[in-house]
Ligand binder design. Structure first.
Ligand code: CMP
Length: 140
């Protein structure tokens, strides 16, 4: 069995709405081990760097404004098939299209304010995890 890692953020909307505990419970109940965890707030510079891949998109300014407006919870999660299984657990980017029982169906309000982030590949999981955590903050 190969354990691998994904990276997640509980976004400002879900933090504001009091869903940190419920979301972490869903994550651990689904078999993910939390190997790094941080309550923090992105600066404008952080958000622009983290989302640089989206900088040409029409929603980029909206995205960085949203992601910097309040604290987030950042975490690295470990599980067999972590990236793919976590994307199933969180559901579609647009909560209106997310499957019943998924984190976005339960806690997200719109395609922009969609409660949680999940890495889309092993490569991006490593980049995103390293953006938020030093090696000594990861308890794998
Ligand atoms: P996520 O997949 O975590 O990372 C990229 C984010 O861009 C995505 O979540 C949404 O929060 C946001 N996003 C994607 N599409 C749109 C859109 N059409 N309008 C506003 N925000 C969007």
């Amino acid at each position: 069995m190969t354990e691998n890692k994904t990276f997640t953020m509980i976004k400002p909307d879900a933090v504001e709405n009091g869903h940190i505990g419920a979301i972490l419970e869903k994550i651990t109940a689904a078999g993910f081990k939390i190997v790094a965890l941080k309550y923090t707030q992105l600066s404008l510079r952080d958000a622009k760097e983290f989302y640089a891949v989206h900088k040409e998109r029409p929603f980029f300014e909206e995205l960085v404004t949203f992601m910097t407006r309040g604290p987030i919870v950042a975490a690295i999660l470990e599980k067999e098939n972590a990236v793919e299984d976590f994307r199933v657990l969180i559901g579609a980017t647009n909560p209106a299209e997310a499957a019943e029982g998924t984190i976005r169906k339960l806690f997200a309000t719109s395609i922009g304010e969609n409660a949680v982030h999940g890495s889309d590949s092993d490569e991006n999981a490593a980049i995103e995890g390293a953006f938020h955590f030093s090696g000594r903050e990861v308890y794998a």
